[in-house]
Design a protein around this ligand. Structure first.
Ligand code: NAI
Ligand code: OAA
Length: 332
């Protein structure tokens, strides 16, 4: 029997990421080739005409899985009955700006959209915040939508995770499906910590640690980390626009794994509400290694953390604690 369509909200749908993301969703990249979808697209009134253009293109593409389109500038209509909300809408970082610089513009948007989601989304709606500052926007959304379970509000660090994989692949020339368990800890910002201490490569001779195969600790502890941390800025510099294609693809990866599960023995990175695991302060949205099963994520526990990693985890956690205070001061 055919499945009931899932209603998927994309905010900021007329923007760069939105334009890359909605066709991926309509093609089944996010929820699989047997899951029909109804797209809910929200943008602000100045973008209404562009949003209507995206709707026209979706119709013209005749996606078999796409069973309906809601394109609106009304947050209540956009949020009504949605099962998944991908929050991309906001003011993007421009060349030379830090993510903190876009804080005040974006946290107030996330406060008001929290209420619309809380009141009108389907029960158990899963929320992924993409817009920057992604962790702190997600935290504000969670705080101002108290009836949405805290496990249902997440932010995107899968793009950073995939960027880390990409750097390892470039170095080792192995297929992506053979590399697993890189981790992004912390903030989706230049303080994030891309960690390969637990990553491995499946080879003909079994699994081998990435560190052993790369055999260049100086690169792994230096340039590898800074390349991943600075990749967003490098793409903005090159394109004069944010990394829309890879952000959209990674958002699909994040939701797909959350809903359909992670492969056995493999973890992925998600920004989730901290419960204090790994001595990270509770009450911030922090990127952790997680596994997903039955539509729910769990933080991977018990990984040994050495002194090098500890310092980096603490630095990114401290930045998130500061961002939280700054966000609240912007809202007052
Ligand atoms: N977490 C991540 O890995 C990444 C996050 N980003 C962030 O994603 C966000 C979107 O990036 P782009 O699509 O490149 O920007 P964009 O400027 O092309 O699109 C943003 C869209 O949001 C709309 N918008 C603004 N206020 C809104 C509101 N209140 N409600 C609904 N829509 C609203 C704008 O009209 C625009 O169409 C930015 O904050 C960017 O920094 C970008 C890349 C990666
Ligand atoms: O850096 C930015 O502002 C866009 C972004 O989040 C990324 O590409 O990681």
């Amino acid at each position: 029997m055919a499945k009931e369509p899932a209603r998927i909200l994309v905010t900021g749908a007329a923007g760069q990421i939105g334009y890359a993301l909605v066709p991926m969703i309509a093609r089944g990249i996010m929820l699989g080739p047997d899951q029909p979808v109804i797209l809910h697209m929200l943008d602000i009134p100045p973008a209404a005409e562009a949003l209507n253009g995206v709707k026209m293109e979706l119709i013209d593409a005749a996606f078999p899985l796409l069973k309906g389109i809601v394109a609106t500038t009304d947050p209540v209509e956009a949020c009504s009955g949605v099962n998944i909300a991908v929050m991309v809408g906001g003011f993007p970082r421009k060349e030379g700006m830090e993510r903190k610089d876009v804080m005040s513009k974006n946290v107030s948007i996330y406060k008001s959209q929290a209420s619309a989601l809380e009141q009108h989304a389907a029960p158990n709606c899963k929320v992924l915040v993409v817009a920057n500052p992604a962790n702190t926007n997600a935290l504000i959304l969670k705080e101002f939508a108290p009836s949405i379970p805290e496990k249902n509000v997440t932010c995107l660090t899968r793009l950073d995770h995939n960027r880390a994989l990409g750097q390892i692949l470039e170095r080792l020339h192995v297929p992506v499906s053979n590399v697993k368990n890189v981790i992004i800890w912390g903030n989706h910002s230049s303080s994030q910590y891309p960690d390969v201490y637990h990553a491995s490569v499946v080879t003909g001779a079994g699994e081998k640690p990435v560190r052993e195969l790369v055999a260049d600790d100086a690169w792994l502890d230096g340039e590898f980390i800074t390349t991943v941390q600075q990749r967003g800025a490098a793409i903005i510099k090159a394109r004069k626009l944010s990394s829309a294609l890879s952000a959209a693809s990674s958002a699909c990866d994040h939701i797909r794994d959350w809903v359909l599960g992670t492969p056995k023995g493999t973890f992925v990175s998600m920004g989730v509400y901290s419960d204090g695991s790994y001595d990270v302060p509770p009450g911030i949205i922090f990127s952790y290694p997680v596994t997903c099963e039955n539509g729910s994520w769990s933080i991977v526990q018990g990984l040994p953390i050495n002194e090098f990693s500890r310092k980096k985890l603490d630095a990114t956690a401290n930045e998130l604690v500061e961002e939280k205070a700054l966000a609240y001061s912007c809202l007052n």
